[in-house]
Unconditional design. Structure first.
Lengths: 118, 414
C-alpha cells in the first residue's frame, strides 16, 4: 500500500527541518570573523600549495563502476531470493548461470589488477 | 479525508516524533558513552565534571557547538559546503524509520476534535514508523544516499585532506555496501520476504538467524562496521594521515551534524543487526511477548534497546581495541574476500535449503535451523582457516622475514 510511505516522507521533512534549523541556528548564534588566513583550507599549518581540483587516482572510478555492476546484481538477487522456494530447481539453475557470468567478470577484473590497490 | 486515514496519520505522526526524538537523545548519550567507554578501556576517568558523573556533557557539547565560530574556506563551494552536512544527516535519521522496535500494540480509538474532525483506529498497530513492504531494499537505497553527503563534503571543502577523505569514504562505503547486500540474501532465502516485520515473525517461528546463518551474521557485522566508517575501517578520517578526513574544514553545528549522522548510523546498523539476526524485539523462550498488550510492547521495546546497546558497545569496544587497516587491505577485504565468501555462502545455503526442505522433507523451521547451524560450523571452520592463513588479504598474516645470517651464526656460536 502506498500510504505506508507517508510516514517516511514525514520523517524526511522533520529531519530536513531540524538540519536547516541547526545550520541557521548556529549561523545566528555564532559570530563569523573571517581573516585571510582563517579562510584558507587547512594544510597542517603551512600555506596551501597548488589547487585541490586536480587529477586524482583513477582507482576510485574503477571502484565506482564495479559497484554499479555489483549493486545491480544484489538487487536482482534480492528479487530472486524472495521467491526462491516457489521457483524451485529451475530458478536456482537460472541464477547459477547469471552468477557464472558475473564470476567470470570478477575473475577477469581480479587478474587484470582492477581490485589491487598499490 | 476519511476518519480511518486520519487515525492512521495521527498515529504515524506520534510514532515518528517518538522515534525521531528518541534517536536524537540516544545519539547524544552515545557521544558520552563513547568517551566513557574509551576512558574505561584506557584506564582513565573520562568526562565527569558537567552534571552528575558527566551526564550533562552532551548538552554542554551541543551548546558549545552552537555558539562556535563557523568557518568557510574561501575556495570552497559555499552551496555544496552548506548542503553536505544535511545530506549526511537526513539519510542517517531516515533509516531509523523502518526498524520495528517493539511488539505490535492493540490500540482502538474513536474520538472527534474541533476543526480536525473524527479520528478512528482499530486493531494492532505495528511499532515501527513505516512498515514498508520493500524493507531491506529501502535500507540499501538510503545508505547509498549517505555516500553523497560525505563525498560532497570532501569535494566542496576544496582542501586536500577533505578530498582524500571523501574519496576514500565513498569508495569504501560503496564497496562494503555490496558485501552488506550479499550477506542479507541468505536471510531472504529463509524468510521469503524483504519486509522487516516478516523477518522477525519468521525468526519467532524458528531459530534466531544468528544460529542458522552465523557466517552471514559475521559478514553483516563486518560490512556494517565498514559502512559506518568506524574503526578498524575509519580510513575516511584516519587522523594520523588525513587530520579529520572529509570534515576537516567543518566547525560548529555543521561538524556536529556529521557527528550525529555517524552515531545515528551506528544505532541503525546495530538495530538492523538485531532485527535481521537476533529476532528484533523478540524475547526468547516465551510466547508471552506475542500476545499483544501495553505491557508486552513496553517489555519487548526495552529488550530491543538492550540488544541494540550490546552491539553499540561492541562497536565501541572494537574501536578502542583494534588498530586501523591499511587502505589496500581494506579494499582487498571488501572486494576479494567478503563479496566472494558471501556469494559462495548464499549459493551453499540455497542448495542446503533445497536439500533439507525438498529432498529430506524437513518442514519444521526449528529442525531446519539446527541443520543449517551444523553446516555453518563447517563453513566457519573453512573460512576462518582461510582468513588466518592470510591467503587472500596481503599482509594480514605476520610477515616471515628471513633471519639475517649474522644472527644465526651468533646464535649457533653461543
Amino acid at each position: 500500500m502506498l500510504r505506508e510511505y507517508v510516514p517516511v516522507l514525514m520523517i524526511f521533512a522533520v529531519s530536513l527541518g531540524v538540519a536547516v534549523l541547526m545550520v541557521v541556528g548556529s549561523h545566528i548564534f555564532s559570530n563569523y570573523r573571517p581573516t585571510p588566513v582563517k579562510a584558507q583550507p587547512y594544510e597542517s599549518g603551512i600555506p596551501p600549495i597548488g589547487d585541490t581540483r586536480d587529477r586524482f587516482a583513477v582507482k576510485y572510478y574503477v571502484v565506482a563502476m564495479l559497484f554499479l555492476l555489483f549493486d545491480v546484481e544484489v538487487v536482482v538477487l534480492f528479487t530472486w531470493s524472495v521467491v526462491f522456494r516457489q521457483l524451485g530447481l529451475y530458478g536456482f539453475l537460472a541464477i547459477l548461470i547469471f552468477l557464472m557470468l558475473l564470476v567470470v567478470g570478477l575473475v577477469y577484473e581480479w587478474k587484470k589488477g582492477a581490485l589491487d590497490w598499490d | 479525508m476519511n476518519p480511518e486515514l486520519k487515525g492512521f496519520l495521527l498515529l504515524s505522526v506520534a510514532k515518528m516524533l517518538v522515534v525521531f526524538v528518541a534517536v536524537l537523545i540516544w545519539v547524544a548519550l552515545l557521544t558520552l558513552m563513547e568517551r566513557k567507554v574509551s576512558a574505561w578501556i584506557q584506564n582513565r576517568l573520562g568526562p565527569n565534571r558537567v552534571g552528575p558523573g558527566g551526564l550533562l556533557q552532551p548538552a554542554a557539547d551541543g551548546l558549545k557547538n552552537l555558539v562556535k565560530e563557523e568557518t568557510l574556506p574561501k575556495v570552497a563551494n559555499p552551496i555544496l559546503f552548506l548542503l553536505a552536512p544535511a545530506m549526511s544527516f537526513v539519510p542517517a535519521l531516515l533509516m531509523s524509520a523502518i526498524i520495528p522496535f517493539a511488539a505490535p500494540l492493540p490500540l482502538d480509538f474513536d474520538f472527534s476534535l474541533p476543526l480536525l474532525g473524527r479520528f478512528v483506529h482499530a486493531g494492532s498497530t505495528p511499532m515501527v514508523v513505516a512498515d514498508l513492504p520493500v524493507g531491506f531494499l529501502f535500507v540499501l537505497a538510503i545508505s547509498s544516499m549517505g555516500v553523497y553527503g560525505i563525498a560532497i563534503a570532501g569535494w566542496s571543502s576544496n582542501s586536500k585532506y577533505s578530498l582524500l577523505g571523501g574519496l576514500r569514504a565513498s569508495a569504501q562505503m560503496v564497496s562494503y555496501e555490496v558485501a552488506l547486500g550479499l550477506s542479507v540474501i541468505p536471510i531472504l532465502l529463509l524468510a521469503g520476504n524483504v519486509s522487516f516485520s516478516s523477518v522477525i515473525a519468521d525468526q519467532q517461528g524458528g531459530l534466531w538467524y544468528v544460529l542458522p546463518l552465523f557466517l552471514a551474521f559475521f559478514l553483516f557485522v563486518v560490512s556494517g562496521l565498514a559502512e559506518t566508517n568506524r574503526l578498524p575501517f575509519d580510513m575516511p578520517e584516519a587522523e594520523s594521515e588525513l587530520i579529520a578526513g572529509f570534515h576537516t574544514e567543518y566547525s560548529s553545528m555543521k561538524f556536529a551534524m556529521f557527528f550525529i549522522a555517524e552515531y545515528a548510523n551506528v544505532i541503525t546498523v546495530s538495530a538492523m543487526t538485531v532485527t535481521l539476526f537476533l529476532g528484533g524485539w523478540d524475547i526468547p523462550f516465551t510466547a508471552w511477548d506475542q500476545q499483544g498488550g501495553l505491557l508486552q510492547t513496553l517489555a519487548t521495546g526495552s529488550f530491543f534497546v538492550v540488544k541494540v546497546m550490546f552491539f553499540v558497545f561492541l562497536f565501541m569496544w572494537i574501536r578502542w581495541t583494534l588498530p586501523r587497516f591499511r587502505y589496500d587491505q581494506l579494499m582487498s577485504l571488501g572486494w576479494k574476500f567478503l563479496i566472494e565468501v558471501a556469494t559462495v555462502y548464499f549459493v551453499v545455503i540455497a542448495i542446503a535449503i533445497h536439500l533439507i526442505g525438498r529432498v529430506w522433507g524437513v518442514t519444521d523451521p526449528r529442525a531446519m535451523g539446527w541443520w543449517l547451524f551444523a553446516l555453518n560450523l563447517v563453513l566457519c571452520y573453512i573460512v576462518f582457516v582461510l582468513l588466518d592463513r592470510g591467503l587472500v588479504i596481503e599482509g594480514s598474516s605476520p610477515q616471515r622475514r628471513p633471519v639475517p645470517p649474522s644472527v644465526t651464526s651468533e646464535a649457533m656460536e653461543s
